[in-house]
Design a protein around this ligand. Sequence first.
Ligand code: NAD
Ligand code: IPM
Ligand code: MN
Length: 357
Amino acid sequence: MRASIALLPGDGIGPEVTDAAAAALDAVSARYGHRFTLTRSPFGAAALRAGDPPLPQATLQTCLAADAVLLGAVGDPAFSEGPGERRPEAGLLQLRRELGVYANLRPARVWPGLEHAVPLRPERVRGLDLLIVRELTGGIYFGEPRGRNHDRSEAFDTMRYAAHEVERIATVAFESARKRRKLVTSVDKANVLECSRLWREVVTEVADRYPDVRLEHQLVDSCAMRLVSDPGSFDVLLTGNLFGDILSDEAGAVVGSLGLLPSASIGGRGGLFEPVHGSAPDIAGRDAANPVGAIASAAMLLRHALGASREADAIESAIGAALDDGCRTADLAPPGAPAMGCTAMTKAIVGRIGDLP
Ligand code: NAD
Ligand code: IPM
Ligand code: MN
């Protein structure tokens, strides 16, 4: 198989973890005889420093022409005070919109052997495997009007959802649940927000088409609580852009580290694949990042954008084997215990891709 993959390393630990993901893709193509062409392009603060917008035209064109996009992370303290459009994060939001990737899949599971690396009691999390289906191109992230009044005494954002946006993301959640444990928990704030009341109505209508899948509605505040008190009771969590952003970082902590979580953004052109974590400026440049989220995002790219599920399975098995063998980056190791760097962890995982039958 031939495929072109746009690689956007971005900022902070982004380049370190995309190198790891690229190494996994190289190992898979060597083993299964594929030809993947990876093209690196500037994005985020790296582009701003060169005097370009955070998503330069040439980078966008490369992404639009590619079979899939693999991204590290964006965000840089040096640009945290700037105006909206000069922020690295604005480039990411624009890219998601341009690609039309409205469905963000964020799986979170406890890898065997990691039960003791989590903050919850092992029996609460053993076998935990949930999927957050987050709406990605609507809601308060994109609603108009937004801005400030001229004397800076007030700022405003708009939460807005069209029924068709809710309908299509709900369909993704029900289709996913059908292949899993057949439970959709739709998360909203319908006791306060009009958007959430529309959300609930539309999700309930979509559920009628899936009599084999159970639907429950849960308010986001109590959902945040249930995610730490009884995370194993979830299968698919369906939610909007903002709530999905927050709950997925919480799910990261529940399974041991935010650095473990991958994501796939699909529904539009190609697909955008990125770890859930950010640029982690506090550990950037120290070879301390956990590469698992990025490497697992490469596996999701293979599965969702290229239809290469055997290759995706090979990467995920290699991650599982490395973790099972006790390989730990600092975020997973007990305090004071020796830990592997990003490079060594990547080698441990990539080496095990070759081991598989
Ligand atoms: P963050 O996700 O970058 O980091 C939160 C905490 O988790 C930090 O302590 C960090 O060290 C740790 N962490 C994150 N990824 C890790 C990994 N792979 N291995 C080990 N530890 C890891 O969130 P933040 O600090 O709130 O944000 C930093 C910047 O990243 C901000 O500019 C933010 O806008 C941006 N951000 C970008 C994305 C993205 O590009 N998709 C996602 C989230 C945040
Ligand atoms: C994420 C990030 C982004 C989001 C930011 C960087 C725009 O937090 O992918 O989770 O809020 O979607
Ligand atoms: Mn986030």
